[in-house]
Design a protein around this ligand. Structure first.
Ligand code: NAD
Length: 330
């Protein structure tokens, strides 16, 4: 049977992407919701046929432990709340999918991983691109060295952010600016395309051209990861200007995606020409992939350990940006 998912936090991503995707999944379905906004309940009940017994508030959330309809808790809250709700999900004896970034500190990631172990349940991070054909092709071409060694690897993700009051611009809720929200995709892209994890980093904050929006977090930044083989991989993230690419220049040619990270149509090319892959529902593929690992008790493709690795890398980028010095990553 399908595993029952309860979405925790019914904001833009849960309502715009995850709930619709759960109408297309084979191995999981939308069984319940957890919300702090009672006015959302009638709409969700109506639209997705959710029974009252599967509707929770943040206050009675822990009693979800007694509900056999719910197998998986999917945490879709602001970044600073990921750790708490993930740990409460495990305490309730459920599997957990936690959105990216996994948490704001490595110490919190450790607590989340420990809670999963203690519960004997799986922790997965909401990394949709690890299930997406264009990005998987970048990983295949890079790690198999189809065009030889990568000589230059660059990744950038940015958009112009809107509402100046949103949580993404608040340090305590978001943990930082575009690095936490968008740069994480570049960090991931660099790791899966090279098949390596960086060993050191330098980073520079960009200018604040829209200063009233960026009183707490960076508007943009660039960073340079030193890879174990000496390759320098360059990343860039911005809330001030649009960019969306992942590019590998290898000995025998360049392979790249642009756009690389969107939900919709992606485009890629390699020395063979245009990449031809279907435009899939990324969230459906991701949640099915994760649910299948949970069902079969097999390791997750996007485990908590991967989320922790990325939080560690992001932390190092911020440390390098603040100090202006090269930071070693152990
Ligand atoms: P959003 O602002 O649209 O929704 C946030 C939800 O959290 C809202 O329902 C809000 O009511 C609730 N909330 C509870 N406490 C809050 C508080 N103190 N402040 C603000 N909101 C509070 O955000 P979103 O875009 O849905 O993002 C939610 C999470 O999902 C983030 O961690 C984000 O990084 C992640 N996300 C991932 C992807 C992806 O492609 N994997 C895409 C978008 C968002």
């Amino acid at each position: 049977g399908k595993l029952g998912i309860a979405l925790v936090g019914l904001g833009g991503y849960a309502s715009g992407q995850l709930a619709p995707a759960l109408q297309q999944t084979e191995h999981c379905y939308l069984a319940g919701i957890v919300t702090g906004t009672p006015s959302k309940i009638p709409v969700w009940k109506e639209k997705y046929n959710i029974p009252d017994k599967n509707i929770y508030s943040y206050d009675n959330f822990d009693s979800i432990k007694d509900n056999p309809d719910i197998d998986i808790i999917y945490v879709v809250l602001p970044n600073s709340m990921h750790a708490e709700y993930t740990i409460r999900g495990f305490t309730a004896g459920k599997h957990v999918i936690c959105e990216k970034p996994m948490a704001l500190t490595v110490a919190d990631c450790d607590k989340m991983i420990a809670a999963a172990k203690k519960a004997g349940k799986q922790l997965s991070i909401g990394y949709r691109l690890n299930f997406e054909p264009f990005n998987l092709e970048m990983a295949r071409l890079g790690t198999n060295k189809v065009y030889g060694d990568i000589k230059k690897l660059t990744a950038g993700f940015g958009f112009l952010i809107g509402d100046p009051t949103q949580w993404r611009l608040k340090k305590d809720l978001a943990g930082g600016g575009p690095m936490q929200d968008l740069g994480i995709y570049c960090v991931q892209g660099i790791c899966y395309t090279s098949g390596m994890v960086p060993v050191a980093v330098t980073a520079q904050e960009g200018p604040k051209t829209i200063p009233d929006k960026f009183t707490e977090v960076e508007q943009s930044l660039k960073w340079q990861f030193e890879m174990p083989n000496g390759l320098i991989a360059e990343g860039e993230a911005s809330y001030g200007s649009p960019m969306n690419f992942l590019r590998a220049e290898a000995e025998k040619g360049t392979f790249e995606l642009s756009p690389a990270y969107n939900y919709g149509r992606l485009r890629g090319k390699s020395p063979e020409g245009e990449m031809k892959f279907e435009n899939i529902n990324q969230q459906a593929k991701q949640m099915d992939g994760i649910a299948l690992s949970m069902k079969n008790n097999q390791p997750s493709i996007v485990p908590g350990e991967m989320g922790r690795r990325d939080v560690k890398l992001i932390t190092a980028v911020y440390e390098a940006m603040a100090s202006g010095k090269k930071v070693k990553i152990k």
